[in-house]
Design a protein around this ligand. Sequence first.
Ligand code: GLU
Length: 415
Amino acid sequence: MPTQQQRTAYDEAMVYMRTAAQRLAMPPEYQQLIANTYRELRVQIAIRRDDGSLFETFGYRVQHNGARGPYKGGIRYHPAVNIDEIRALASLMTWKNALVDIPFGGAKGGITVDTHQLSKRELQSLTRAFMRKIDMALGPHRDIPAPDMYTNAEVMGWMMDEYGRRHGHTPAVVTGKPLDLGGSLGRTEATGRGVSFVTQWASADYGVKLRGGTVVIQGFGNVGSYAAEFLQQGGALIIAVSDERGGVYNAEGLDIPKLRQHHQAHGTVVGFAGGTPVEGEKLLLIPCDILMPAALGDVITEANVKKLDTHMVIEAANHPVTPAAAAILWQRDIRVIPDILANAGGVIVSYFEWTQNLQQFYWKEHDVNNRLGEKLETAYRAIHEIAAREECSLREAAYMIALQRVYDAVRLRGI
Ligand code: GLU
């Protein structure tokens, strides 16, 4: 076993799977088979910039496990994207999709790029070049990408179009598309809506104050901003929010619709008149009832976990808490709602979008939202029950359910 320092993001992601495998007494040979990824693509991407210069970078698509169905997971555009991180995130998608019981395996992709440095035209040509190099591994019954950090419906529209040029019009090859191109009502807000649902159930079950309680959110992108809005509508006080440039604080609660307007106009929450500035790093240490990391991974670590002053952590981001920090939170009796449940709303509605595309029949928004709630609640109740019975964390319970399902599918397929 590598030491803490040598461990890669992928090793860290596997810690929970291994614990669950032991609890389930899974044969070691299957543990290794399930831990390993099925296929990893790394492709070179080169485009001409607007000024005529050459821009070169790399893109990735990792398919982790496809026993339960086509590979499924987002594509992120971020400077920190590398094969190890994408591999870790692909495995999280396998567990997430199995946990909420949607018929998909797990995948993730990305391009190492800072989107702030590119024009719209450059972004589109980068996206098309990437799609041309990975399209042979994709398809509605093979692998279905979706948005993730710094990608959105517009990028998915370009991907669908580029795929269609070679394979014919195929809306079900990507989800999170614009409505006019076969997207689903409710998809944009789905992750944030799901986060707010699980926050409500878990706060009620574990005696954490939500109505009139205080919430601190790191990240004001697609996930954090909608989670803030829904939680505020439910009576919570969102006292601090940050993004990559800094944060804002207001002890009385920030006005989220106004903050959203400010964010749309300036591209950041920094400078918002309805609060005082707070440094991004310090945001996590603000005393609150509920702490919600909704941006990057590995932000709650051994270095800061003992200083957190909160009653509950909701993992709206993927792997925001390191395994070592999670163990300390458990000792401190601070409940953690794991990422594979907390942020599963996005991929659940991606599943609904894919179904609608395949059937060419579109649902009303309230049907989408109700079914999202049902899927998430079933998963949450199952985890809650196992955690109580086994006296383990909600994450350990979630991995037990997910891994059992993946194992069953792998075994039934035979070798
Ligand atoms: N990127 C999202 C996630 O991490 C959504 C993936 C999807 O819809 O396929 O869950």
